[in-house]
Write a protein that binds this ligand. Structure first.
Ligand SMILES: Cc1cc2nc3c(=O)[nH]c(=O)nc-3n(C[C@H](O)[C@H](O)[C@H](O)COP(=O)(O)OP(=O)(O)OC[C@H]3O[C@@H](n4cnc5c(N)ncnc54)[C@H](O)[C@@H]3O)c2cc1C
Length: 348
């Protein structure tokens, strides 16, 4: 197989790695436009907290995710994947009751623990608003910007990477150019390409902060776990945390807004009032590529032959991306059949 991958955010990184693992000839082109992957926190969580349910196919996605990122680590000699417990602040008694009911038969969550119990296991836990904590195992984060850069360096060393702007009109001559297929991994870039056909991938705009203590003293934010209070803090480097994130439709500019920064900081102060005051050292904005049914678009483009699509990774790209990158590659050589649930035709 000889394939061209267009876009090297998370989707293009995963699918080009999967292709090279299979011994195929693979080349990657990226325009260098701002990407969702370069600002994402890279978190993964087997639970959805709104209804306290397991996310879509949590176990197969986590298994494939772990194997895939460990393979990148072995190939590139760096560590990217970090498992970290998630501590969810329980907002009220009804939520605690529901959490405990769900914990009876969940492999991911433990029953609600009091602050005293939590402090024994996590000495840097902050006091909860009064209803204790729910503990989640199986979560963590991926150092996505680092992975993408390291993979790009490897592709460049091997002469497999080109900087370039691609549009769907170029798909027509894929076979003349010697490609068996082209895989469109342009995220929201595909939605902005008027020649790409009307696939309904929407941009969900997210703002995210990097914070550190302002030096005026006080306990530090937790290092031993991800703290979730509706929003969340994620320790990524000593003395530095990501704080996120916002979700916004109908807006695609990449200008950070003071309103969102203040909103995130105020949420943090309410959740962790006794910790050192944090100051913002970075404020990033990105566009998540999201489909209307929140499932990815994986497979043959419905109107452009010789073009495949790997897009719509949405808010959980780190978790779901690896499994679908492998299934997409297997489908190209008839070793897997992609289910209708991810068929791009549904987004026409
Ligand atoms: C603030 C924020 C926080 C997030 N946090 C998380 C998180 O904690 N966990 C999680 O799983 N997900 C998170 N996400 C979502 C995650 O970022 C996405 O699921 C994922 O990164 C999408 O990857 P992608 O490769 O499809 O798109 P992108 O990362 O946007 O990559 C698209 C690539 O295509 C290139 N490109 C675009 N147009 C062209 C063109 N015409 N020609 C050539 N190349 C082109 C771009 O340069 C870019 O490199 C977050 C997103 C945001 C914005």
């Amino acid at each position: 197989m000889r394939i061209l991958v267009v876009g090297q955010g998370l989707a293009g990184t995963l699918v080009s790695h999967a292709a090279l693992q299979r011994g195929w000839d693979c080349h990657v082109m990226d325009s260098g436009q701002p990407s969702a992957s370069s600002v994402a926190a890279g978190m993964f969580n087997p639970m959805s907290f709104r209804r306290i349910i397991e996310v879509w196919d949590a176990r197969p996605h986590i298994d494939s995710m772990t194997a895939t990122y460990r393979a990148f680590e072995a190939d590139l000699g760096e560590s990217f994947l970090h498992f970290l417990p998630i501590l969810k602040q329980i907002p009220n008694a009804e939520y605690a009751e529901e959490w405990n009911r769900k914990a009876l038969d969940s492999p991911w969550i433990e029953p609600v623990r009091s602050d005293a119990e939590v402090l024994q296991r996590f000495p840097d836990a902050v006091p909860s608003p009064g209803h204790g904590y729910g503990l989640v195992q199986g979560g963590g984060w991926l150092d996505l910007p680092r992975l993408i850069q390291a993979w790009r360096d490897r592709l460049m060393e091997e002469g497999r990477f080109t900087v370039g702007q691609w549009s769907a009109t170029q798909a027509q001559k894929a076979n003349d150019d010697g490609w068996d297929t082209i895989i469109d991994c342009r995220g929201c870039g595909a939605a902005l390409d008027s020649t790409a056909g009307p696939l309904d991938i929407r941009a969900n705009r997210g703002e995210i902060l990097t914070v550190k203590p302002d030096g005026s003293g006080g306990a530090s934010l937790p290092d031993t776990h991800i703290l979730n209070f509706g929003k969340w803090t994620l320790p990524t480097q000593p003395g530095s945390w990501r704080l996120g994130a916002s979700y916004e439709w109908n807006r695609i500019d990449l200008d950070p807004t003071p309103e969102t920064r203040d909103f995130l900081m105020a949420s943090l102060r309410r959740a962790a009032p006794n910790t050192a005051t944090s100051m913002t050292v970075r404020h990033d904005v990105g566009l998540r590529p999201v489909s209307k049914d929140r499932r990815p678009a994986v497979g043959l483009h419905p109107t452009i032959s010789s073009l495949h699509v790997f897009n719509g990774l949405g808010t959980r790209g780190v978790l779901i991306g690896p499994r679908w990158s492998h299934l997409l590659c297997d489908s190209l050589v008839g070793k897997a059949q992609l289910p209708d649930i991810v068929n791009p035709v549904r987004l026409l």
